[in-house]
Design a protein around this ligand. Sequence first.
Ligand code: SAH
Length: 218
Amino acid sequence: MNDEPKKFANWRREMVERQIIARGVTDPLVTDAMNRVPRHLFVSEALVDSAYGDFPLPIGEGQTISQPYIIAEMTQCLELQGTERVLEIGTGSGYQAAVLSRIVYKVYTIERNNTLFLQTRKLFDRLKYHNIVTRYSDGTQGWQEESPFDAIIVTAGGNQVPPPLVDQLAVGGCLVMPVGGQLTQDLIKLKKTESGVETTNLGGCRFVKLIGQHGWSQ
Ligand code: SAH
């Protein structure tokens, strides 16, 4: 990674300045992490030169890696300090998990597509991202044995926040997830308190489908 062509570090810096900080995501933990993770290694060879563009990209299996700004906004929403254990649903290319892993203590990430699961596990090993734990299963059921989590991020859209995820979130923790229809959703932030949950709507978004027991059926 240290011997990557200089252009990538320049593209990353531009991405962070123009797409992220300029639009109001300024948490230094988030911007530093996004300056460090080589996004071009999370897309196919053919898309390497588009990896730092201001748009989502296909990652195979009909799935997509979100636009950098959305990743930054969702990550900032989790209100991280650095000591957390975070659960991600929808590993996909692994980019979101990689960004989280540069900020927090440990990332637990679940993927339901076996091809993506295997491919991304290999990439984490290659990049020596040793604080990412992966699992091949239906993430709408969460990861009971490792709960509670200090923060939870769902990177696919469902018609509701899966109840097991709310159960597995620690009090004081934040969960962020796209909720709505199959084509468009609203980005929802939920904060768990002693007395219940507080929900904030962060506005419209468009994600691939969350498929599983507490998501879409297919
Ligand atoms: N965070 C990813 C985004 C990938 S797209 C990234 O940074 O690239 C969303 C992913 O969610 C897809 O890979 C899809 O297969 C996965 N997914 C959908 N429903 C799921 C479920 N119930 N459990 C786990 N993964 C799921």
